[in-house]
Design a protein around this ligand. Structure first.
Ligand code: ST9
Ligand code: ZN
Ligand code: ZN
Length: 336
């Protein structure tokens, strides 16, 4: 845990040995999106409409019909696929906020495939754009285009030309060099349906005699749609509602409700201010941040290492200079 985070004369934080400079940039100023007509992608609109109807039915079966073992299994899948996004795609691959030995990377890539949010390499590419060009047209889920767009709308239309153009400059060499990520991407269309839909349906039927209907709609469809929406809330709700203790000039906010469901992601003002911190929050591992607990456990057994954090002094100075004055409300600091 040896952060080399410094602050230049303009107050821009940077990491002196940052292997991916894209991640060390400060957030650019908010720009308004243009009003160009959207190119709808009907295949996605229909698939997401079906998914959400199926998930509503699955939610009903979760409450009133499925065996308790199926409900617990769906919950476990929610947690492990969630970790595949938070500890894997987000904190490890998009931000490189820690390093992981290959057994942990294999575990995370399996968890990540259960989550079906596209290959981790593609997820990380979009997410690097989200930080580098935050809230401009080159941000895939640009929150200045409204709640719906940043939540799900961005997956229903063609990407903005600015994103594709500026995306060419993104350095993805670190992820392309990982054979585990290359394997996931190459076989994604075989692995993802098995991990996200087939396995969750077959296990309840064979191991505790669940009906095919309950297994499919609860453990696959309801669980999948639930975790998608929780993830999307980080892009929509946590870019709209909440305090801004670290930087009041950006939209990302500390949103406790989102963090509760998102395994510790949701302290989004902190995360956009200090994107390389493996905790994605100022607080330690014991406050609504199960992903941090998970990474800390693997750090103890040596499978996770080089965990990056930000020093208290740097946080404190930043809070004083650019925060909205709400830091003391969170009970994490004593600057007031
Ligand atoms: C899903 C992802 O839901 C959700 C991600 C959310 C992120 C949240 C982050 C918040 C923080 C973390 C919190 C985690 C909390 C978790 C809690 C858990 C409990 N850079 O995309 P294409 C270029 S996925 C550079 O097809 P179209 C590139 O050349 C759901 N270049 O654009 C590319 O070609 P290639 C399941 C880029 O045609 C080409 O453009 N998945 C970039 O406009 C074409 O790219 C789906 O539903 C870039 N970033 O289509 C699929 N992007 O790839 C949804 C593109 O060959 N997606 N280029 O290199 C699609 O169908 C399409 O992408 C589209 C756009 C229709 C949306
Ligand atoms: Zn964000
Ligand atoms: Zn991030």
């Amino acid at each position: 845990m040896a952060p080399n985070i410094s602050e230049d004369v303009n107050g821009v934080l940077f990491e002196s040995d940052a292997a991916t400079p894209d991640l060390a940039l400060s957030t650019p100023p908010v720009q308004k999106a243009d009003n160009r007509p959207k190119q709808l992608v009907w295949r996605n609109i229909l698939l997401f409409a079906y998914l959400h109807l199926a998930a509503l039915y699955g939610g009903y079966l979760f409450l009133f019909s499925a065996k308790w073992q199926t409900d617990i299994f769906a919950y476990i899948l929610y947690v492990i696929s969630g970790l595949g996004i938070t500890a894997g795609a987000h904190r490890l691959w998009a931000h490189k906020s820690y390093k992981a030995k290959w057994p942990l990377r294999v575990i995370l890539v399996i968890f990540n495939t259960v989550a079906f949010q596209d290959a981790a390499m593609d997820w990380a590419r979009d997410h690097r754009m989200h930080h580098k060009y935050s809230e401009t047209d080159a941000d895939p889920h640009n929150a200045t285009r409204g709640f719906f767009f940043s939540h799900i709308g961005w997956l229903l239309v063609r990407k903005h030309p600015d994103l594709k153009e500026k995306g060419k400059g993104l350095d993805m060499s670190d992820l392309l060099a990982d054979p585990i990520l290359r394997f996931q991407k190459k076989y994604y269309l075989i692995l993802m349906p098995l991990a996200c839909f087939v396995m969750p349906t077959v296990i309840p039927v064979y191991f505790w005699g669940e009906t095919w209907t309950n297994a499919f709609f609860v453990a696959a469809m309801f669980r999948y749609a639930f975790i998608l929406n929780v993830t999307w809330l980080v892009n929509s709700a946590a870019h709209k509602w909440g305090d801004k203790p670290y930087d009041k000039s950006i939209k990302p906010s500390e949103n406790l409700s989102v963090a509760m469901f998102a395994l510790g992601e949701g302290f989004h003002n902190y995360h956009h201010t200090f994107p390389w911190d493996y905790k994605t929050a100022e607080l330690g591992n014991n406050k609504l941040n199960f992903t941090t607990t998970f990474i800390n456990f693997f750090a103890k057994i040596g499978w996770a290492y080089d965990l990056k954090t930000v020093s208290d002094d740097i946080v404190k100075n930043r809070v004083k200079r650019t925060g909205d004055g709400s830091h003391h409300l969170w009970g994490w600091g004593d600057e007031n």
